[in-house]
Write a protein that binds this ligand. Structure first.
Ligand SMILES: N[C@@H](CCC(=O)N[C@@H](CS)C(=O)NCC(=O)O)C(=O)O
Length: 223
């Protein structure tokens, strides 16, 4: 099984967390998504959508979309399950996973990539809307997590994977979700997310991801 990914990409982190938590052996293929020529070669030769993560299974299935890859992995490698057996908990896990993707990861990505553009190509209106929606998403998830050990159900689930990937990326993007203000003029503390993330990010799966990301984070910090 081959996973095309980038070590700082939150959508890749969701999938890497699932692979590590389940102890699945795989071949990791880093795609340099910030290098235009490398990304174009990947789009032409591997994944016509030009996005990571992208999974190629041993029986030849080619699966884009991180959430669908999580679904595939949970069916193909059921133990430990990352989608709760209890239907209500499963619904909650899927809901919080979607909320973290749509309201956190996607808004953070918009803000992050806008800031990397030359000033004349930036879109301050879109960034302002994204910041406000990000703050709403953070408030929703902070309330949903409350004092729970895991975001949904009694065990780690896809909700924990995607929310923690979003929080890690918020630190990379320097819009940290936690006790800091999120967005311009939209101060929002997230004490529940912060204490949950402190615990969740101590898992060995996160330690592996942080180690893999280190050189890329150092390069990003240099600009
Ligand atoms: N909805 C997709 C989004 C994938 C995505 O946007 N991946 C980013 C990295 S986190 C990417 O490949 N960016 C490269 C680009 O857009 O050029 C998923 O969940 O897998």
């Amino acid at each position: 099984m081959n996973l095309y990914y980038h070590p700082v990409s939150p959508n890749s982190h969701k999938v890497l967390l699932a692979l590590h938590e389940k102890g699945i052996a795989f071949q990791g293929e880093v795609v340099q998504i910030l290098d235009g020529a490398a990304l174009e070669a990947y789009r032409a030769n591997v994944n016509p959508l030009g996005k990571v993560p992208f999974l190629v299974t041993d029986d030849g299935q080619r699966i884009p979309e991180s959430t669908i890859i999580l679904d595939y992995l949970d069916r193909a490698f059921p133990s430990p399950s990352l989608i709760p057996k209890d239907p209500q908990d499963a619904l909650r896990a899927r809901l919080l996973e979607r909320m973290a993707d749509l309201w956190l990861v996607q808004k953070l990505a918009l803000i992050f990539f806008d800031a990397r553009k030359p000033p004349e190509k930036r879109n301050p209106d879109a960034v302002e809307i994204a910041r406000k929606q990000l703050a709403r998403g953070v408030a929703y998830l902070d309330d949903a997590i409350g004092t729970r050990t895991f975001a949904a159900g009694r065990e780690l689930s896809i909700a924990d994977l995607t929310i923690s990937a979003a929080v890690f990326f918020s630190q990379v993007a320097r819009i940290p979700i936690g006790t800091h203000a999120v967005g311009s003029g939209v101060a929002h503390g997230a004490p529940h997310i912060q204490s949950w993330f402190e615990r969740t990010s101590r898992r060995p799966s996160w330690e592996r991801i942080r180690k893999d990301a280190e050189p890329y984070l150092a390069a990003l910090a240099k600009g």
